[in-house]
Each structure stands twice: as structure tokens, then as C-alpha cells.
Design a protein around this ligand. Structure first.
Ligand code: WTA
Length: 658
């Protein structure tokens, strides 16, 4: 971890009044036995069989957990299963062919419904096509698609033939796509011509083309025609039309390939503490068990529900809780292509109303926007179908929590504030909605079997009420197994700081700071590493900085997160230019262009502040921690260790002027 270890621990984080689970909810909840925490502790690790039992196994596992080679844990070893078969085939066999699997709500009000049978057909045909294109078991297939049904279809087709997928968020740039395909040696790509966002047609294929130009390997590419006449495209060499392939393989079926529990199901790149994204490896048995279990126990999903997680499948939340979790349980999962405010700010409530959605799961950044827009929008619709609300991705403070509870849930739905990460695979901290009291502002205790500890620098647990590092002291089935980039980086990123291998203690370091209360409830305070969480999206300060310093005329740059009150976190960039570059306007523009090209528009800084120098230690390190305090207008600690302390006052004055 970096030398910056503060987390604004003095900032007050208020927890609001406690709330009990509504009795009408408890009556029907999937999990209601409060003995479950003790039961998991007493039977650990065999308790996790409860999760594995939610799946169908082609061959039963022999061992629940192998921990001889920690931190390289292995779960449900000896077992074999196929994720696509679990998410689709077994529901057909259970007589639920005509049950809706995916309800797709398109950008312009167009809709599509896929029954489990329709999904089965689509997955099989596309799996047959992928095979024909040369995809073999264990080949990494990159998927670069927006929120259209072909995205989960492609994921599940890969899973069916045992080819790990690596989904790259559609809004990321050509460079970002190329970096990920290069790192994974991926020779197959599924993308589309373009997509609509806020009424505009975006050209996705040109980004994919540019990425392919940068790669050493040949890439066979499947293109989904999403925009038709709105954006005509021509297929080049090694490019294949998705719909053409589906027709060619119409009616074909492909036997699901039995995968070892520990075989890779997918790779997901996420921002880490260096400029290079990390390839998080998730496996078939442990991951699928954990997402199915948490969908059941935390989100209370039932097969007859209409369930909606309003995230993007391009990130882990969508993988776990739009695709794998809900489909493993055979429910109806809603997939929404558009934005919450188009055509109007009641769009989401209109979708809830029309589909009689039972469970709604979204991010605090959206909830804060709803609150700002006001209760008139949800009030226009009948939201009485809702039974449970969820939040994920950032801390949610009591005010938006209560607003969500009152104005969306009408005081009748539990709110689960679920803490987890790309690396944890599935929810690890949350209340159990049919059992636990809710405390707005605190996510909840570790789930049964998840041993959460908040510790100080030396790994000692902190007192209730104090802040420290959020760690997990026992393995869990959905956990990252390694990084595609290598085992050494895996150890360095997550295990080295808090583990004591000589005592056989392997504690996972999450990169978050938190406070624990006397009931074991965790309030997450934010990241302590060089990752910033902007609207629930993880960005690496180093990746952004290297895009900025790539601009001609820029000497140095530092990027920090700036808290913007109810809006969450913004990106503040500090830049110093080389002598002779005084056209700050032009440099600013070039910086924004470079960031968009290197990462994507999501990483655009809210503010770029030009300064003659950046504050540095005597050894020449930029003091980001101090710059973060300046950006947040917080009291500064001792600056005497700086080589150039005077610059801090100058920067501070400029920030305050803005
Ligand atoms: C943050 C998203 C507070 C946290 C599932 C974590 C949260 C990072 C919460 C992971 C929550 C996620 N309360 N903070 N309920 N959920 N986070 O990998 O900083 O995109 O480390 O996974 O989001 O982001 P990631």
C-alpha cells in the first residue's frame, strides 16, 4: 500500500436511527433464522455447502475448501459443473421454459422478452458459432458490448463452451480495450456497430477497430448490428455478423462443457494501485455458489420475482447480480439500456411500475440524484410491487438512505447496503434483510461465514468507533483466486500487508477504510489506496495521471478524489506545465482528450488546476495526501517535511477562489 494512509477519519459519519425489518417482509423472507451466524461459525467451512447446494453439479465436489497453499485457496474441489447449464438448462428441465428470463428495456422504449427457452436457443446457437470461429475451452473471449441482450447471451455462450469471458465496459476507450485484450492474449472479440446514449448514436465499432490495430495478435471479431440504418457499417477481414451467425447455426445445440469448480469462469479488469489494470480471476464453482447464495439470502430473490439491478453488466455488479446470480436462481432479471433521466426523471419508476418489479438494486450515486430531483417523480407511479431495495458501490449516508427507504420503499421495504468488490465476487458485508436491524449509514456485519476485521497499521483490531483498514480474515467461495497478471501481484495487492504467514494467518486487505461499531456493523469510509471511487466506478489515479503527463507541455500531474457533498466524489487534477507552455486552455483541452482516449469519458476530471509546482517531500515524492486535503478543504497536517511548503498555500488560495 502507498505512503498515504489517512482516510479523513475525523470526518463525522452519522448513522441514523435504527430500523427493524418490516414484518410483512420477514414473513416471506428466504432467510429468517437468526442462528445462521452461529451455525456458519460452528460449521465453517462446511457451512458454505449451503451455497453450493443451490447449484446443480455434474460431479459432486469432494472437498469444500483446500487451504494448504494459502492465499491460493481452492473451493469445492473435485466438483464439476457448467455455469450456463446452471443459469438456463436446469430451469427448462424444471418445467419453466416459458418463464421470462430477461426482460430488456431499450433506450427508446423498445422492449424484448427472453423466456428461459429463448435464452437457451440463443446461447446454444451462439456457442455453436463461437466454436466454429475457433474458440476452444480456456480461450479468453473479450466482450465489448453495451446493455443489449447479446451481452449476457455472449457471456453465457462462452460459459457453455468453457471459454472464460473478459467483458470490457462499453464506455471505455479503444486504448483501454487494447490494453485488456493484450494482457489477456485474447484473440476473440464480440462487439457491436454502435449504441444509443442520451439520444445520440455512438460508434462502438470504430473504437474496436482502433483497438485491434494496436494489437499484435489477430482478432476474430463478431459484430452485433444494433443500430441498423442509423449507423451502417461494413465488415472487414475476420469480422462476422452476429445475426448472420445465429441464422447459420439456427437450431443447433451444444453440450455444456463440464468445468472443474476451480476452472476460470471469467476475467474482469479493474483499477488497482498501479497504472496497469488488474485481471481479477473468478472461478466457476465458488463464484457461482456465492452469487447464487447472496442473491437468495441478501437480495431475497425468488424464482417468481421480477428482479432489477440497475447497473451495467460491464462491471462486476452486473456480472454477479444481473446475470449469474438471478439466472442461477431462475428468476426474471430486468436489463435496462438507458439512463435514469431519459426521456424523463421518472423513467426508472415507470419501468418498476409497468413490470411490477419486486426487488430493486442500485447505487448511491443514483439515489442521490433521485433525492435531488425530488419525490414527485417516484410519486407519479405505483411502486407497491417493491419488496426489497439494495444499494452498492459507494458509502450511502443516512439522508439518501432514508429518502430511498421512504420515497421508493414507502417504509415497507428493507434496504440492504451491500459492501463488496470486484475481488470479493459477491456481497460480503450486508444485513440479512429478514433478520437484522438496519442502521442507515452502516452497511452491516460481515455475512455469515465472512470474518470481517477492522485493524490498524500493524494488523491489530481497532476499538469499536475507531477507523482502520477493512480486512477479511478467512477465505470465502467467491473470492478472487489470483490475478491474470501473475501470482506475485496477487499477493502484493491483497495479502502482504495484513497476513502473518508464520502464524498461518492470511488476511485479505480490501483497500478500504472502515469503522466498526459495538454490534460489528461496518461503516465504510472510502479507499485508502490510489484508487478513487467516482459514482461507484473504480478509477486508478496513476492511470489518469499517466494520461495527463502524456500531453505535450505537461511536466507533472497529481490526481485526487474530492468529496462534493451529496454528489459523492469528483476528480481533481493538479498539473504543472513545462516552461513556455502558457496556453493553459489548450493544455486543458488536450488533457481531457488524452484521458478520454486512454480510459474513457468516465475518468474526465471535474477540475484541472494549474500550478507552478506540486508539493513534494524531500525525497521528491508528490504528496497526494496533502493535495487531497487541499481539494477537500480540510485542515492540513504538518507541511514542514516538504521541500516546497510555500506552494501549498498558493494552491489552497486558488482552490478556495474557485
Ligand atoms: C466501494 C463494486 C461503501 C468500496 C461492487 C469498494 C462500497 C469498491 C460499497 C469496490 C458499500 C462498494 N459501501 N463502499 N456498500 N460497495 N463500495 O470493485 O470502496 O467496482 O472497495 O465493486 O466500491 O468497487 P468495485
Amino acid at each position: 500500500m502507498v505512503d498515504r494512509n489517512g482516510w479523513g477519519g475525523d470526518r463525522p459519519v452519522l448513522t441514523g436511527s435504527r430500523r427493524s425489518p418490516p414484518p410483512s417482509f420477514v414473513e416471506q423472507a428466504n432467510v429468517t433464522d437468526s442462528g445462521i451466524y452461529d451455525e456458519f461459525d460452528a460449521n465453517w467451512p462446511d457451512c458454505w455447502e449451503r451455497a453450493a447446494d443451490l447449484l446443480s453439479w455434474n460431479r459432486p465436489y469432494e472437498t469444500v475448501l483446500e487451504d494448504e497453499n494459502a492465499p491460493f485457496y481452492r473451493w469445492f474441489t473435485g466438483g464439476q459443473l457448467n455455469a450456463a447449464e446452471n443459469c438456463v438448462d436446469r430451469h427448462l428441465e424444471a418445467g419453466r421454459k416459458t418463464h421470462t428470463a430477461i426482460r430488456w428495456e431499450g433506450k427508446h422504449g423498445d422492449r424484448k422478452t427472453y423466456t428461459y427457452r429463448d435464452l437457451y436457443v440463443a446461447i446454444n446457437e451462439f456457442a455453436a458459432a463461437l466454436r466454429e470461429l475457433g474458440v476452444e475451452e480456456d480461450d479468453v473471449v473479450t466482450i465489448y458490448l453495451p446493455m443489449i441482450p447479446e451481452l449476457p447471451i455472449a457471456m453465457l455462450a462462452c460459459a457453455r463452451i468453457g471459454a472464460p469471458h473478459s467483458v470490457v465496459f462499453a464506455g471505455l476507450s479503444a486504448d483501454a480495450l487494447a490494453t485488456r485484450m493484450d494482457a489477456a492474449d485474447s484473440e476473440f472479440l464480440v462487439t457491436c456497430d454502435g449504441y444509443y446514449r442520451r439520444g445520440d448514436a455512438f460508434n462502438q465499432k470504430s473504437k474496436a477497430d482502433n483497438a485491434r490495430l494496436k494489437l499484435a495478435q489477430d482478432v476474430r471479431t463478431v459484430v452485433v448490428d444494433r443500430l441498423g440504418e442509423d449507423l451502417p457499417h461494413v465488415l472487414g477481414d475476420e469480422e462476422f455478423d452476429y445475426h448472420g451467425l445465429r441464422e447459420e447455426f439456427a437450431g443447433e445445440t451444444v453440450e455444456p462443457v463440464p468445468r472443474d469448480a476451480e476452472d476460470m469462469l471469467f476475467l474482469m479488469y479493474t483499477s488497482g494501485t498501479t497504472g496497469e489494470p488488474k485481471g481479477v480471476v473468478h472461478t466457476t464453482g465458488g463464484y457461482l455458489s456465492h452469487v447464487a447464495w447472496t442473491s437468495h439470502a441478501v437480495l431475497d430473490v425468488k424464482p417468481e420475482d421480477t428482479y432489477w439491478c440497475a447497473a451495467d453488466i460491464g462491471w462486476i455488479t452486473g456480472h454477479s447480480y444481473i446475470v449469474y446470480g438471478p439466472l442461477a436462481l431462475g428468476t426474471t432479471t430486468v436489463m435496462y439500456e438507458g439512463t435514469p433521466d431519459y426521456p424523463d426523471r421518472d423513467r426508472l419508476w415507470e419501468i418498476v411500475d409497468r413490470n411490477a418489479v419486486d426487488i430493486f438494486y442500485t447505487a448511491p450515486t443514483a439515489i442521490r440524484a433521485f433525492m435531488k430531483w425530488g419525490e414527485d417523480y417516484p410519486d407519479r407511479h405505483d411502486l407497491s410491487s417493491l419488496r426489497l431495495l439494495g444499494s452498492v458501490g459507494e458509502p450511502i449516508s443516512p439522508r439518501p438512505w432514508n429518502w430511498y427507504y421512504e420515497h421508493v420503499g414507502n417504509g415497507e421495504c428493507p434496504v440492504v447496503d451491500t459492501w463488496w468488490q470486484t475481488e470479493t465476487g459477491a456481497v460480503t458485508i450486508s444485513t440479512l434483510p429478514g433478520i437484522d436491524e438496519m442502521k442507515p449509514g452502516a452497511a452491516g456485519p460481515g455475512l455469515p461465514g465472512i470474518d470481517v476485521r477492522v485493524v490498524d497499521e500493524s494488523g491489530e483490531p481497532v476499538e469499536p468507533g475507531e477507523s482502520g483498514y477493512l480486512t477479511i480474515a478467512r477465505p470465502w467461495p467467491g473470492m478472487v483466486r489470483t490475478l491474470y497478471d501473475g501470482d506475485d501481484r496477487f499477493r502484493a495487492e491483497y495479502w502482504d500487508q495484513f497476513s502473518a504467514p508464520d502464524r498461518g494467518e492470511w488476511w485479505y486487505g480490501s483497500g478500504d477504510a472502515a469503522r466498526i461499531d459495538e454490534d460489528g456493523y461496518i461503516t465504510v469510509l472510502g479507499r485508502v489506496d490510489d484508487v478513487i471511487n467516482v459514482s461507484g466506478r473504480r478509477l486508478s489515479t496513476m492511470e489518469i495521471e499517466s494520461a495527463i503527463t502524456g500531453v505535450e507541455g505537461v511536466a507533472e500531474a497529481a490526481v485526487v478524489g474530492r468529496s462534493s457533498g451529496t454528489n459523492g466524489t469528483d476528480i481533481q487534477a493538479y498539473v504543472s506545465t513545462e516552461g513556455g507552455y502558457d496556453d493553459q486552455g489548450a493544455v486543458h483541452e488536450a488533457i481531457v482528450d488524452n484521458i478520454e482516449a486512454a480510459i474513457g469519458p468516465i475518468a474526465r476530471p471535474t477540475d484541472v488546476l494549474f500550478t507552478p509546482e506540486l508539493p513534494k517531500t524531500r525525497s521528491g515524492k508528490i504528496m497526494r495526501r496533502l493535495l487531497e486535503d487541499v481539494a477537500n478543504d480540510e485542515e492540513l497536517g504538518d507541511t514542514s517535511a516538504l521541500r516546497n511548503p510555500e506552494i501549498v498555500g498558493e494552491i489552497q488560495a486558488e482552490i478556495r477562489e474557485e
